[in-house]
Ligand binder design. Sequence first.
Ligand code: DX5
Ligand code: ZN
Length: 217
Amino acid sequence: MKLAPSLLAADFGRLLEQAQAVADLSDYLHWDVMDGHFVPNLTFGPVVVNALRDRVSVPFDIHLMITDPQQYAPQFRVRSGDLISFHVEAVSDPIAVIETIHKTGARAGIALRPKTSLRAVEQFLDQLDFLLIMSVEPGFAGQSFIAETLEKIRHAKELIQRKNLRVEIEVDGGVNAQNIREIARAGADILVAASAVFGQKDPRAALAQLRALATSS
Ligand code: DX5
Ligand code: ZN
């Protein structure tokens, strides 16, 4: 089980400090890039993410909630092993965007809104390194996990196993200490959490607790 704390619930005035505070306990740092078009919120883009890249050693997981990932994905200065995902709902040619991401050296993922069916990505699965299943509507931290997502995770896992692929499943939205074990059991490989880490008084302790819960049987 891999954990990816999302900086969306961090104090943006202390981004570097907050990122460094959880780095050694994290498998990835999750960056929610929003453009105010694909989602009704604006966060940060390549300028901010790149500025932090060399100061934090943990791999970056860049979640593009933007209308034009084809244009902006190459502007992120990634390291090999970093992840970049984009939304299938945003683009007309997902294969072209996957190729663009792979050219940067990052691993490529497609993200699905809660209401988007797995059928929308089935034909691209063999090109992907991971599938990001959203368990809240993209745009904001602090929403409740949509329970139907558990079934979607199980289906995605079956589909990936049936096709004999090595696509990882990332689950993003509303993950917390109460539900993390169930989500992990449904088949998630990477779990994102913003409020359940940076929204807590002690983000390190909260993250350590999430890991203990996710890996307990
Ligand atoms: C939502 C983002 C999520 C968000 C999760 O648009 O993609 O990554 O940060 O926040 P929590 O964990 O608070 O639901
Ligand atoms: Zn995200």
